[in-house]
Write a protein that binds this ligand. Structure first.
Ligand code: NAD
Length: 351
């Protein structure tokens, strides 16, 4: 049986990844510190499943990670654990350095020692996959795409901390031979997304009749990747990626933020019109731009397509419609995040 150690598997992408992996018969050891972004409600459907072992702990706890590796002997480690919100990194960068840099280093050291002691096929087949972001490349002008050889030029404390972690992962391959893979993906969206990020935030505020905050002119461009496509890309890289390589993952869906907000308003108006019949676009409010706000990100994912045969299956139109429907159908999940009760789940969670 295949066993994966997944870190950050109570978060948005990690949670989706763990649900899909367990559904595919993979045994998942899920290590998550349950920061504000960790939500065990997301994992409710696999609570008690023998193929899902949840461990409340920190990737920076090297002794804990070493013990888990020794006890469960995973075939791969997939590292999602991170502080991930750019605005929070502007208010308090230290936590980002602690988890994304210091924590990743401790994780790498524990995994390196575990891998070194493996033998034969277990050693040859072992992989450490590090999940990173296209934000490490900085910002683009009106044209151009990020490729795997674009120079790193991070502009926020978040992206700087992710860049540092990517470099550590690379160094552990070149220095110690650890069989690593790195993926740099664009903005994800989909089910179980914490409502501080643009898409779930706008859905929640639009339904509540509140102003919809849009930074600056709203013309910042992001490439949007549906989370199920991203999870499939990670499984593909894990299975077929060349050790030591990095792969960009994109959704082929460049949109301005304001276009995304308007698309959500239109979908909600069609599915659940406001009582006064007014279009939700009337709730849009432009607010002062984020400092250091990157203007445009866009991904060239042709290496992943040409080498490993992966391409996104979701158009933005399909993905955003499914996302809006998911939020409408799963209001109790959203409400428990908004009222804070999802955090009570942590009480009594065994370490
Ligand atoms: P998220 O914030 O939703 O989840 C992060 C998870 O990591 C949470 O469950 C949290 O409790 C856990 N965590 C935080 N610190 C930890 C620690 N020290 N030890 C163990 N667990 C810890 O993040 P996400 O959006 O799911 O992103 C997952 C990964 O993908 C991150 O590495 C992020 O940088 C990367 N990424 C995300 C996006 C995106 O659009 N969301 C885009 C590109 C890359």
């Amino acid at each position: 049986m295949t066993t994966w150690l997944v870190t950050g598997g109570a978060g948005f992408i990690g949670g989706n990844f763990v649900l899909e992996a367990v559904a595919r018969g993979i045994k998942v050891l899920n290590l998550d510190a349950l920061t504000y972004a960790g939500n065990r409600d997301t994992l409710a459907s696999i609570e008690g499943d023998p193929n899902h072992v949840f461990v409340h702990g920190d990737i920076g706890d090297r002794a804990l990670v070493a013990q888990l590796l020794a006890d469960h002997r995973p075939d791969a480690v997939v590292n999602f654990a991170a502080e991930s919100h750019v605005d929070r990194s502007i208010d308090g960068p230290a936590a980002f350095i602690q988890t994304n840099v210091v924590g990743t280093l401790a994780l790498l050291e524990a995994v390196r020692d575990y891998w070194k002691a493996l033998e034969g096929r277990s050693k040859d087949g072992f992989r450490f996959l590090h999940v990173s972001t296209d934000e490490v490349y900085g910002t683009l002008g009106e044209t151009g795409l990020f490729t795997e050889t674009t120079a790193y030029a991070p502009n926020s404390p978040y992206s700087a901390s992710k860049a540092a972690s990517d470099h550590l992962v690379r160094a552990f391959h070149h220095t110690y031979g650890l069989p690593v893979l790195t993926t740099n993906c664009s903005n994800n969206y989909g089910p179980y997304h914490f409502p501080e990020k643009l898409i779930p935030l706008v859905i929640a505020k639009a339904l509540a009749g509140e102003p919809l905050p849009v930074y600056g002119d709203g013309k910042q461009v992001r490439d949007w990747l549906f989370v199920a496509d991203h999870c499939e890309a990670i499984r593909t890289v894990l299975a077929k990626g060349r050790v030591g390589e990095t792969y960009n993952v994109g959704g082929n869906a460049e949109k301005q933020n304001i276009e995304v907000v308007k698309a959500i308003c239109a979908l909600l108006d069609a599915r659940r019109p406001r009582e006064d019949g007014k279009p939700r676009e009337s709730q849009i409010t432009h607010v002062a731009d984020r400092p250091g706000h990157d203007r445009r990100y866009a991904i060239d994912a042709s290496k992943l397509r040409d080498e490993l045969g992966w391409a996104p299956k979701y158009s933005f139109e399909r993905g955003i419609a499914e996302t809006v429907d998911w939020y409408l159908d799963n209001q109790p999940w959203v409400q428990r995040v908004l009222d804070g009760s999802y955090r009570l789940e942590r009480i009594g969670v065994a370490a």
